[in-house]
Design a protein around this ligand. Sequence first.
Ligand SMILES: *[C@@H]1O[C@H](CO)[C@@H](O)[C@H](O)[C@H]1NC(C)=O
Ligand SMILES: *[C@@H]1O[C@H](CO)[C@@H](O)[C@H](O)[C@H]1NC(C)=O
Ligand SMILES: *[C@@H]1O[C@H](CO)[C@@H](O)[C@H](O)[C@H]1NC(C)=O
Ligand SMILES: *[C@@H]1O[C@H](CO)[C@@H](O)[C@H](O)[C@H]1NC(C)=O
Ligand SMILES: *[C@@H]1O[C@H](CO)[C@@H](O)[C@H](O)[C@H]1NC(C)=O
Length: 313
Amino acid sequence: MAPSGPRPALPALLVLLAALLPVSEAQVHLALGDQKLNHTITYGFDSLSAKASVKGTAEEEGTQRLFCAVILGNQSQETRKTVTVYSFPVPKVILSEPEVSEGTEVIVKCEAHPRAMVMLNGVPAQTLGPRAQLRLKARPEDDGRNFSCSATLEVAGQVVHKNQTRELRVLYGPQLDEKDCPRNWTWPENSQQTPTCQAWGNPSPQLKCLKDGTLALPIGKSVTVTRDLAGTYLCRATSTRGEVTCEVTVNVVNLPSPQYVMVIIALVVTAAVLGTAGIAIYLYNRQRKIRKYRLQQAQNGTPMKPITQATPP
Ligand SMILES: *[C@@H]1O[C@H](CO)[C@@H](O)[C@H](O)[C@H]1NC(C)=O
Ligand SMILES: *[C@@H]1O[C@H](CO)[C@@H](O)[C@H](O)[C@H]1NC(C)=O
Ligand SMILES: *[C@@H]1O[C@H](CO)[C@@H](O)[C@H](O)[C@H]1NC(C)=O
Ligand SMILES: *[C@@H]1O[C@H](CO)[C@@H](O)[C@H](O)[C@H]1NC(C)=O
Ligand SMILES: *[C@@H]1O[C@H](CO)[C@@H](O)[C@H](O)[C@H]1NC(C)=O
């Protein structure tokens, strides 16, 4: 297979100590395979570092020898390392169609490097190898579902990982579920309420709820409930995929209004005042009667002075 996709750059960094001569005298040779590398040298007090950048190409895929030699005076030091050049393109998620109608069968494929292991949505491939696939019948809930292909490849004892995700679009609807568009509201008059009704679908449907063909239910807006709000509304969800309707009834119940409560309080207060006044008058009269009675008793018993005085001798 001809490798494709991005290849990692290969940096090589080698340090050598030279004790006897100034390091600036040193000569450096850097090579990858039989290709001489263009390097830049950074000098320290008694060290140097040579850096070269290599772009891996398809021809170089595989294992190569990196060679570095430093020559200082009549001394020479050299070192060798193994470098692995590999190609690992991002795995591919292939949807038979990126956008399908509800009920359509969709095939999702995951393809990767021949030596890679793949997982599609976290499930390892059934067969050994770089391919995985799944079939599904597109449902409304699959709209926006992501399919992810994840591939791992072992390179020179290390595991490298790459993945790709694609989103499926399912065209469906419109829908007016009772769960998201309740059919019956009962609200107290003068309370603050927000009528809610959610229509589902892809593309997003337009929703209108009308009473008598003209009065709109203020969906999603907070309103003060009046008697005018009561009634049966016809909700209609429309999209390019068709239309559905449902009836939504608003019942307005009459709880005592604040004015009504005031009137009741006024009546209770008046009754209390009148009652108290009545009791007061009753007690006053009783008291007067008792006094009159005592007076009479006094008159019938020992005669009183003023009476005696009043009687002529
Ligand atoms: C090395 O670098 C020099 C100058 O930076 C450039 O002219 C030359 O083409 C380079 N050689 C290689 C093989 O990259
Ligand atoms: C390197 O040169 C030094 C003198 O500059 C000499 O003493 C030494 O023997 C030489 N070493 C070798 C390995 O030739
Ligand atoms: C799918 O991925 C997109 C973008 O990465 C993200 O916005 C969306 O929420 C994901 N969908 C689900 C159902 O997780
Ligand atoms: C997919 O790859 C990206 C970047 O390589 C990484 O951040 C992410 O965690 C990976 N996702 C999964 C599900 O492995
Ligand atoms: C709507 O709710 C009210 C009060 O909860 C109830 O009396 C009425 O029967 C309900 N109507 C329907 C159609 O369910």
